[in-house]
Design a protein around this ligand. Structure first.
Ligand SMILES: Cc1ncc(COP(=O)(O)O)c(C=O)c1O
Length: 418
């Protein structure tokens, strides 16, 4: 199961260490729940993805984990940011990202986001029939057009985006019309964008989408005399959250996406596009481990509940997508796993179950549980349900630890009250 953990994870004796630091000591010092992010894993993944696009560009899907220190670290690796709100744009700017290091998304961008994009000279991905005009009015210079090509990805319906009727993007005829309008308005129409969905476990839907994308671009050339210079293929590469999950290597999928786009453009007689990718989950998912302290343990007929000090407020993915996780007893990692239990959160909902069943060394109050593959779409979606402050996040590497998100306090929550 250590293969679900970050590269730096190791078991010394019976204790889990991350980034060369004992997990139990990290939890003692920084409290729980605690999100531990492995710097080496983030950097290695970022480099592999960058290499996959050759002279193209990689933009981190900030929605997966908006954090300034992380964005700064990725910037050092030559990775920009895909932002989808004025808030995410502010995070990226705080990390020193401007202009061509950004790509701006959203199916309903507000005035603040368009004005912010214009102010930093960032390209905007048009995603609504009237958005070319809105972008021009806001002073945006460069645009791409998001096209929805009617491919159903094999993933949870909540994170499927490229199908007919999707709330994202525009169908080909409307997308072509918005390219024409952008050109009329004097905007620099750089290219096209697709994003099929998230947590893709194979390449089929993306391959089909990219082939259709090349044909769409050829149609634009034939009808408008316009050729896309950029093919932004979005993100979506899946990761393993559970030992039973399968997911190919993200860099392999990125290679395949870039290769398919290059071939597709050649087959349509188009010049080679610059390839952009926007991976989120695959950059930080496996790098993140959440540490929880066990509280009450209830052995009932047919089920044992092991309650931890977090739950749906720091990771709503089990409720949102039926996501499956596993856990390791961080200070008893080499003990025999002799009991199958359910890991419950501490929130006032019966549905607040982090893990339906996992085999652990007979759990007791005070144990530390480490839940791997929790770097993406967990903290990003955290809430204050039950008045619970959101967790801290630390970055670890070679025995060094840095707090990159302070733990929220009840005082932080009360400050907003009137
Ligand atoms: C436009 C766009 N790009 C990139 C991403 C990142 O996707 P993932 O985290 O699955 O790589 C998303 C997420 O849904 C998205 O909507």
């Amino acid at each position: 199961m250590l293969d679900l953990f970050p590269d730096s994870a190791a078991i010394d004796g019976s204790r889990l260490s991350l980034g060369g630091l004992d997990a139990e000591a990290l939890a003692d010092k920084h409290g729980t729940p605690l999100v531990v992010l492995c710097e080496d894993t983030v950097r290695a993944t970022a480099r592999a993805l960058r290499e996959a696009v050759g002279d193209g560009r990689v933009f981190f899907g900030t929605k997966a984990l908006p954090n300034v220190a992380l964005l700064r670290l990725l910037r050092e690796e030559g990775i920009g940011a895909d932002v989808a709100s004025a808030g995410e744009l502010a995070f990226a700017r705080a990390a020193g990202l401007e202009g061509a290091d950004l790509v701006v998304h959203g199916n309903n961008k507000d005035a603040a986001l368009l004005a912010g994009a214009a102010a930093v000279g960032a390209p905007v991905v048009l995603d609504a029939p009237d958005e070319a005009q809105l972008a021009a009015d806001a002073g945006v210079g460069q645009v791409l057009v998001r096209v929805t090509l009617g491919v159903d990805a094999d993933t949870h319906e909540a994170i499927r985006t490229g199908h007919h009727g999707s709330k994202f993007g525009l169908p080909p005829d409307q997308a072509r019309a918005i390219v024409a309008e952008a050109l009329d308005l004097g905007l620099e129409a750089m290219g096209v964008h697709v994003h099929v969905g998230s947590q893709l476990e194979d390449f089929d839907a993306q391959a089909e989408t990219i082939v259709r994308l090349a044909s769409f671009v050829a149609g634009c050339r034939d009808e408008l005399g316009w050729v896309a210079q950029v093919a932004d293929l979005g993100g979506g590469f899946g990761i393993r959250h559970h030992p039973a999950d399968r997911a190919p290597d993200a860099a392999e999928l990125a290679h395949a996406a870039a290769r398919t786009a290059r071939l597709g453009f050649v087959e349509e007689g188009l010049p080679q596009p610059e390839i952009w990718l926007e991976p989120g989950r695959s950059v930080v998912g496996r790098a993140g481990v959440t540490l929880y302290r066990v509280g009450s343990v209830k052995r009932l007929p047919g089920r044992t509940w092991v309650a931890v000090d977090g739950g749906m407020s720091d990771n709503p993915r089990p409720q949102l997508y039926g996501a499956r996780y596993t856990a390791l007893s961080a200070a008893r990692a080499s003990e025999a796993v002799d009991e199958v239990v359910s890991v419950a959160g501490m929130h006032c909902e019966s549905g607040d179950v982090l893990i339906d069943d996992v085999a652990l060394p007979s759990p007791r109050r005070g144990d530390l549980l480490a839940v791997p593959a929790t770097g993406a779409y967990t903290m990003a979606m955290a809430s204050n349900y039950n008045g619970v402050p959101r967790p801290a996040m630390v970055l670890v590497r070679d025995g060094d630890v840095r707090v990159i998100r302070a733990r929220e306090t009840v005082e932080d929550l009360l400050r907003q009250e009137r």
